[in-house]
Design a protein around this ligand. Structure first.
Ligand code: NAI
Length: 333
């Protein structure tokens, strides 16, 4: 029995993500919370012939608390998406408050739940959830995850396009580390399960790295003011949520890149800080998942000189994004 909750379930990501979770037989209870439209979305999904019982909640009558009661996995795609010309950081002012309020609900109602944060800017919203949990005395770094899976999914797709065989995409794995915005997104292409053609030029290699880092901009531009990635994000969010659910149910050896507090695994986290040469509190690294959340934070492995440079370039922005939460604590927390 697994109860999953989607906060922001009526949105562009929330609806298809809820559909994919409803479609997964491992989920037996699915609560949908949003400030609008969840009764309709829940009624619609509830007719699908899969095990999950679906209920929709709105803010009145303690809707958030009711949605979260008994939750094991909470996915948060609530908040505003980007418009052309905006960075993920531009969303901070609005989304910080939304994520803070939802995190407060989780900390007081389902403090043991695994929290999967999709709302941007992920590099800052994950620290916000952590600070709220600390404030309520329930912080467990092993259970709070920033969802960076879309970067991993994009890397698989774009690499298979370059190899010239899109049918490989589902089996291509590329670790993507660092964070989830622009230059903080660091694809470790040298560790791709399917090597790039040796004939690839330096320019094409650089363009591929840029495309993975700024793939979100392609979608924002194409949607022309109507938002950012929703369908590919729902796919990626469900993929990560299912990994978490499988780990929760005892499946061993599940490893996925995710943005975590490095204290989740003290020795792995300390080793990673040494590797990147910086004492950051958060970083996206390959993480082994288990029934209590983070089992271990893995090394980044052997990096090429170019990848070392990319990691170095990611650090100042990551540091600013994480620090921003501390600086604005009195306003947002
Ligand atoms: P959307 O605007 O379509 O949906 C957001 C939903 O959140 C709406 O239904 C809205 O009513 C709801 N909401 C707003 N305030 C709320 C509150 N206080 N409580 C509960 N629900 C609330 O936006 P979309 O496209 O679904 O994006 C959602 C977030 O996901 C954005 O912050 C976006 O930047 C982020 N995102 C993250 C990605 C990632 O890779 N982690 C990729 C793409 C988007």
């Amino acid at each position: 029995m697994v109860k999953a909750v989607v906060l922001g379930a009526a949105g562009g990501i929330g609806q298809p993500l809820s559909l994919l979770l409803k479609n997964n037989p491992l989920v037996t209870s699915l609560s949908l919370y949003d400030i609008v439209n969840t009764p309709g979305v829940a009624a619609d999904l509830s007719h699908i012939a899969t095990p999950a019982k679906v209920v929709g909640y709105l803010p009145p009558d303690d809707g958030l608390k009711k949605a979260l009661a008994g939750a094991e996995v909470v996915v948060i795609p609530a908040g505003v998406p980007r418009k052309p010309g905006m960075t993920r950081d531009d969303l901070f002012k609005i989304n910080a408050g939304i994520v803070r309020d939802l995190a407060t609900g989780i900390a007081t109602t389902a403090p043991k739940a695994f929290v999967l944060v999709i709302s941007n800017p992920v590099n800052s919203t994950v620290p916000i959830v952590a600070e709220v949990f600390k404030k309520h005395g329930v912080f467990d770094p092993k259970r709070i995850f920033g969802v960076t899976t879309l970067d991993v999914v994009r890397a698989s797709t774009f690499v298979s396009e370059i190899i010239g065989d899109l049918s490989l995409a589902p089996s291509v794995t590329v670790p993507v580390v660092g964070g989830h915005s622009g230059v903080t997104i660091v694809p470790l292409l040298s560790q791709s399960s399917h090597p790039l053609p040796s004939s690839i030029s330096k320019e094409d290699h650089e363009a591929l790295v840029k495309r993975i880092q700024f793939g979100g901009d392609e979608v924002v531009k194409a949607k022309d003011g109507a938002g950012s990635a929703t369908l590919s994000m729902a796919y990626a969010g469900a993929e990560f949520a299912v990994k978490i659910i499988k780990a929760l149910k005892g499946e061993k050896g599940i490893v996925a890149p995710t943005f975590v507090n490095l204290s989740a695994d003290k020795s792995g986290g300390d080793a990673l800080k040494k590797e990147i040469g910086k004492d950051l509190d958060y970083f996206s690294a390959p993480v082994e998942l288990g029934p209590d959340g983070v089992v271990s934070i893995r090394s980044l492995g052997t990096l090429t000189d170019n990848e070392k440079e990319l990691v170095k370039a990611a650090i100042p922005e990551l540091e600013t994004n994480i620090e921003k939460v501390r600086e604005t604590q009195s306003k947002y927390l």
